[in-house]
Design a protein around this ligand. Sequence first.
Ligand code: NDP
Length: 433
Amino acid sequence: MTDVTRRTLFGTTAGLAGAALITPALAAAGRQEPQALRGSVQDGKVSLPPLHNPSELNGTVPNPMPSGRRLGVAVVGLGTLALENIIPGFGEATSVRLAALVSGEPDKMRTVAAEHGVPERSLYTYEDFDRIRDDPDVDFVYIVLPNALHADFTIRAARAGKHVLCEKPMAASVEQAEAMVEACRAAGRRLMIAYRLQYTPEHRTIIEMARSKAYGDVRLIEAVNGQNDAANGQWRQIRAMSGGGSLPDVGLYCLNAFRYITGEEPVEVTGQITRPKDDPRFREVEDIALFTLRFPSGVVAQGSCGYSFHESRWLRVQAETGWFGLDPAFGYDNLVVDINRKAGRASATEMRRFTPKSQFAEEMDAFAASLNANEEPRTPGAEGLQDMRVMAAIYQSAATGRPVAMPVAMPAASGLDVTRGPWPKALGPFVPA
Ligand code: NDP
């Protein structure tokens, strides 16, 4: 395209707003370009006029930060979650960029680096990971390793001066989780546990309905999370690597949801586990876990999880005048909010779906917002540590056959959300659907 043609097409005025552009077809028809449809730039952000009537859903321009201002992230461990979900999620993130990779498989790492434009100097092995200290491109590391390795790499990252986003479950034991919190505190670095669902509009809708008593007091919360896992000897089936079976892997989502929906901490926990004898998957870890949590307000919650049944992931909050929940509730996409209540002489069920967005982009952007504001993340180490303590109580109850009273170290009297930081302001206020 020649310069002259380019000017004719795009005009010479800076910005979109005022560009006096007449396309040849409109010029031939003697018409002006409709300005409103060209969008505008305000405070450095592009916006477009709505394409549809207010009765319809309209999109939004994502307006990512310029690349140089986004926080750099080193992804540690290039396995299933990292390659299938987290690294693709950078494409939808607005305030982070993939800056470095850490892996024990050099060929795989170089291939992924080439695919995503990560330079050779930003590739690390587990052995030379500590050299990340001298990498100014890395603001935080995202640990996506088997559970038993989370503590070691969190501690090394904090000592190297990096903030840490760590996958759930936080660790393979309470002691490891405590050491992670302490190491980050001592190094003055932030630690966030990657509870992706807490940052989604679907789960925030459920939290809002419960806390605002949209359907009266919440009485009972129920949830199931499970799938049929392959018998391939993966680290999840080795207790020393995982810290447990389906409970820390998928049951944790139910347990964490019970805590963030109520905002309370349980005062009593019961648990049961099953471990089929002849199934090689369950030589060391449980298949099914059933657990109940009793909260100070009187709410009770009942969760179940497993590794031997077809994928099933749902959550339901039973309140006085209606129920609301999610089905599916815990996957990476397609979450559906459903609500059932009385409508005149009928019982009405309503479904709500939000515009899809990578949950991994949402959680990484949330961490970046907390770091930029120098605030504790919404789901800090204390949030993960409390889940580790509740899971330890569930296992204890399963072993003894008795309910376990939770220590009063996390008193209900001190208010709601005692293990959580503030919602990052940069995310804007939550607008319920
Ligand atoms: P994978 O087994 O698929 O990947 C783990 C990666 O860790 C490996 O590919 C390997 O990467 C690295 N690794 C380093 N040392 C070991 C070792 N001794 N054994 C096995 N792998 C090792 O696991 P996932 O990706 O499924 O899970 C990783 C973490 O993410 C876990 O903590 C899990 O609980 C969590 N997770 C969270 C989910 C969520 O929704 N938030 C969903 C799924 C998992 P490399 O070859 O590059 O060294």
